[in-house]
Every structure is written in C-alpha cells, then in structure tokens.
Design a protein around this ligand. Structure first.
Ligand code: TYD
Length: 199
C-alpha cells in the first residue's frame, strides 16, 4: 500500500495554520492531527504545558513537547500513514525548534538531537509555513493573555517567526513559505497550488 503523505502546517499563533490544516485534512480525506495534545496522554501533557501556574524551564517545556510528539508519532501519525491515509498536522518538530530554540534560547543542536530520539525517522513530506507579521497575528485576536505561551511579551514571537523563516530558507526542499495574509479561501488556493506542484 502507498504510504500517506505527511504534511505539516507551521507558523506563529494566529497565522491561520489550524484552519488550513483542518480544511486540507477534509479535502484530502486525511487525518487532522495537532500538537500538543492529540492523544489521551498528550491532552494531559498539554494541560501541564499551557498552565501558567507551573513555572517551567524552557528545557522542561521542550522535553514535555517531545514526549507528546514521540507518543503522537508512534500511536497516531505512523499508523495512519502506514494505512495509506494522509496526515495533515497542525505543528510538528519545527514548533519546538522555533519556540523553545529560537524563541527561548534552548540550544538548537540539543533540540535536534532530542528530536531524533523522540521521532526517529518520521519526517514530513512537506512543511507549509504560513507566514504573517506578529502584528497581523495579534490583530486577529489569537494571542490571549491566559496562556503561558501566548502571553509572553513583544519580541518573543518575532524571534519565533524569524526562526521559522531561517529554517525554511536553509531547507527549501522540505519547506514552503506561504504568505498568510488574505482570505481563508485565497490562502487555501495558494496551498493547493503548492501541493499540486509538489505531489
Ligand atoms: P497550539 O495548540 O498550536 O495553539 P492554539 O491553542 O492557539 O491552537 O499551540 C499551543 C502553544 O504551544 C502555542 O503557543 C505554541 C506552543 N508550542 C511550543 O512552544 N512548542 C511546541 O513544540 C509546540 C508543539 C507548541
């Protein structure tokens, strides 16, 4: 059986990736997946991660994200791809590099090594970066004050965005950058064009 395609949507909070990942899961008859929290164990990890009450070092954050991801890969992503079904994922390993690495300063090489441990050989066929200005994301009201990740000030998300753009620039084979400004329909059409050209 032909393995499904593994397509990941990345970007800063408020970039519109969740909407597009859901939409393309439906269009392709695939499985919508998300991190953190897409499994029973993951939901518990997500609750810990997003609860601002627990002060965590960026390394602990990284390790909990990676625990969620490792479990997600072995129990959801790989089995789904093996059945020939596409996986359309809202976030994957690049989120940890962008947020905990570029954003919070955990050494990137350490995160890459830990990522190898967590997910083995499981890599996306394509990572779609929906790129928007931090000010655009803020204007969409996606950045709430009650969430440990989204309440951090100012230049944190600028660093995350710059990290995403750098990863995409250095690995154009795996990444595609899409302008995330426009209507939902316009952005979907941009993504569709990329998928047609790639697959
Ligand atoms: P997400 O579920 O995409 O946000 P939302 O609830 O708005 O849809 O992600 C939750 C937060 O977790 C988000 O601010 C990004 C952060 N995050 C990391 O910092 N590192 C990671 O590895 C992942 C997967 C998410």
């Amino acid at each position: 059986m032909t393995r499904g395609r593994f397509i990941v949507f990345e970007g800063i909070d408020g970039c519109g990736k969740s909407t597009q990942a859901r939409r393309f899961a439906e269009e392709r008859g695939g499985r919508f997946a998300f991190e953190p929290g897409d499994t029973e164990l993951g939901a518990q990890l997500r609750a810990w991660l997003l609860d601002a009450h627990f002060a965590m070092t960026p390394r602990v954050e990284s390790l909990l994200m990676l625990a969620d991801r490792s479990h997600h890969v072995s129990t959801v992503i790989e089995p789904t791809l093996d059945q020939g079904v596409d996986v359309l994922a809202d976030r994957f390993f690049a989120s940890t590099l962008a947020y905990q690495g570029y954003g919070r300063g955990v050494p990137l090489d350490d995160l890459r090594a830990a990522t190898d441990l967590a997910i083995g050989e499981c890599r996306p066929d394509l990572i779609v970066l929906l790129d928007v200005d931090v000010s655009v994301a803020r204007a969409r009201g996606a950045l709430r004050d009650d969430d440990r990740f989204e309440s951090v000030p100012g230049d944190f998300l600028e660093r995350v965005r710059a990290g995403y753009l750098e990863m995409a620039r250095t690995d154009p084979h795996q990444w595609e950058v899409i302008d995330g400004v426009g209507s939902e329909e316009e952005i979907a059409e941009r993504i569709r064009a990329v998928l047609r050209a790639r697959f």
